[in-house]
Design a binder for this molecule. Structure first.
Ligand SMILES: Nc1ncnc2c1ncn2[C@@H]1O[C@H](COP(=O)(O)OP(=O)(O)O)[C@@H](O)[C@H]1O
Ligand SMILES: [Mg+2]
Length: 235
């Protein structure tokens, strides 16, 4: 059974349709990329999944519909959303931001152990634990945002353009970290505009254009797809 099973999903902002009959699935532990230009509907898709935006169509997680679930209930079910633009609590420390990612949990010891795991993923976090989030670079803030989402112990992690506006070296580090998260068994659905790195780390990729799935397939197949090569890889 698919972990996330989406069929004919549609969402609008008032009268403006942003998503139209999107069909997509994520298998347990799979890393799936969602590519597409600005305005394609990537963020809308992730917001529909985390129930921060209403939608219609099939939206099943672990075989049960998410429709009717409040956003915090979706988190409780194991779906953590790392939104566009990171949205850290800028005035709080890195530690506080990470703790807030575990706000639905009460297992103190396990929370501490999970925080240690995020340090293995991003060693920078340990050194900056007591630093205000606002004082970090964009790339470091993205690491905090991903780590914070992981503190919710997701089965499915939703990442919205984690590499946007980040220096090359940190970007590679972030993509590699995301790959290790999935290798550790957490399924990841990642919206991105960096096609090259997404195709490098993801198992499968869906391309959204104008709110619809334009094409999809394994990263291996997509790397050789003419449309992808021309529009997203520029080769
Ligand atoms: N809050 C909003 N209000 C109205 N329209 C929106 C809003 N957010 C996004 N849109 C529109 O929905 C479409 C999809 O946007 P979005 O999901 O943000 O795309 P992407 O994340 O791929 O850049 C775009 O046409 C965008 O202008
Ligand atoms: Mg977006």
């Amino acid at each position: 059974m698919a972990l996330l099973d989406i069929k004919q999903l549609a969402a609008s902002y008032g009268k403006a349709v942003a998503l139209e009959s999107v069909t997509l699935d994520v298998q347990p532990g799979e890393l799936v990329g969602v590519l597409g230009p600005n305005g394609a509907g990537k963020s809308t898709l992730l917001k529909a999944i985390s129930r921060t935006l209403p939608s219609s169509g099939t939206l099943d997680f672990k075989g049960k519909s998410l429709h009717g679930q409040a956003p915090h209930q979706v988190v409780g079910l194991g779906v953590c959303h790392c939104p566009e633009g990171r949205r850290l609590f800028a005035e709080l420390t890195v530690r506080k931001n990470l703790e807030l990612g575990a706000y639905l949990r009460h297992d103190r010891k396990e929370i501490e152990a999970d925080m240690e795991k995020t340090f293995e993923l991003f060693p920078m976090l340990r050194e900056r634990l007591n630093q205000q989030a606002a004082t970090l670079s964009g790339g470091q803030q993205q690491m905090v945002a991903i780590a914070r989402a992981l503190m919710g112990r997701p089965t499915l992690l939703l990442l919205d353009e984690p590499s946007v506006g980040i220096a090359h070296r940190l970007k590679i580090e972030i993509f590699d970290a995301i790959r290790s998260v999935a290798a550790a068994g957490v399924a990841v659905l990642m919206a991105e505009q960096d096609a090259q790195n997404t195709l490098r780390v993801a198992q499968r990729v869906f391309v959204l254009e104008n709110g619809k799935v334009a094409c999809s397939g394994s990263s291996e197949a997509m790397k050789n797809d003419d449309h992808i090569r021309r529009i997203y890889l520029g080769v």
